[in-house]
Design a protein around this ligand. Sequence first.
Ligand code: HAX
Length: 424
Amino acid sequence: MTDIVEKLSKKIDEWRREAKVLLEKGHDKILSEVTVAQAYGGMRGIRTLICDTSRVPQDEGLIIRGMHLNKLVDKTPEEIYFLLLTGDLPTDEELNQFSLELKKRKNVPNYVWDVLKAMPKDSHPMAMLGTAILVMQKESVFAEKYDSGLKKEDYWKATLEDALNIVAKIPAIAAGIYRLRFNKGEIILPDPEMDWTGDYVHMLGINTKSEDFKDLMRLYLVAHCDHEGGNVSALTTQTINSALSDLYYSLSGGFNGLAGPLHGLANQESLKWILEIIEKFGGTPTNEQLKDIVWETLNSGKVIPGYGHAVLRVTDPRFDAFLSFGKKHFPNDPVFLTVSRLFDIVPVELKKVEKIKNPWPNVDAASGSLLYYYGLKEFSYYTVVFAVSRSLGLAAQAVVNRAMLFPIIRPKSVTTRFVKDLVS
Ligand code: HAX
């Protein structure tokens, strides 16, 4: 444990010094001005948060700690978590130590299973995940240390403990949810020797012999890890954490946001839509049929799931990574074929709808079809896999935010009366 704490301590000293200088020099410099349209428009585009774990330029997509996702698609989630936390990819020795640290913490308290088993049988898997994280709140090292008097400078150390504990346990929790919710038999306990991805696949109990499935899961867990600070789940997690509610409270809250159809649930919605299309046409539809379906969906007032983005204005590089995986391993699978044909059709059609700012696919347009191919067919579970990956970024952001001594998040709201006066 000392290694990552030592490394982070040095980094954090540097980060704090740098921030101090920037604040002194640039105290009154303007990052953004806010228009009425932005206040009514979900605060889109307002630069008002500092997030160094990753950034998402609209014409490039995800860049993690200065490295484009394209350069990271062969890494493991452990390497990515280390990168998110510290800003550096680990050396072999650092990676060994860090992986061991996670392995040591992977067992889940039994009461979590009792609570999950007591939930209604038709609970959404994301409701189960949020509940499982929240019920573990009593394990929080931050909450315990805070109660007995923790210096502000050390908040990050206790948050790091929580961040490592939650991330270490989340594959077991998520796999347990899969087995409970979909009647897959007994929960499979973690294997102390296995890595984060391998153990998740092992505990899910599907396709455990397939190296390709493991590789897909590794890629999936890397690709969804973080997406800067302003998206719903990140902003929610960090707002809750800024009140010094510990990471169990914060992450559980952030996951509730991820569960929405405009955010992480879009992968479930996307595959559902694709399967309905395939059923309707008795197989992969032609391009002409797909075009009709796109308009049928739009005209019924629904969104095309997996397309569009609040920030991106190009094809999401995470979509590209999944598309390449599918093309390499099963190009002619009917579900995947529909996904790739939709990629040819949907942007062309969405470009005709003036109000849509980004016609290109996001991460959720392809990811479900790949899981489906390997036998993970319960698509209401897909957002849980997303959340397992996103726990890396959300937890790392909280550690960094506490390290940077950021205060409670508290923007100002105005009334309609205020805007009326302003406008008149
Ligand atoms: N299909 C139909 N209409 C769409 C659309 C799509 N895929 N994308 C945007 N629009 C519509 C919006 O609903 C909005 O319409 P109204 O003004 O009538 O409300 C209009 O176009 C302008 O939207 P925008 O400025 O282009 O996009 P927003 O920033 O408002 O929204 C969303 C971004 C991702 C929420 C949006 O593109 C969407 O709903 N996409 C489908 C759902 C989806 O794939 N979500 C996952 C996004 C990635 C993610 O966060 N994963 O977790």
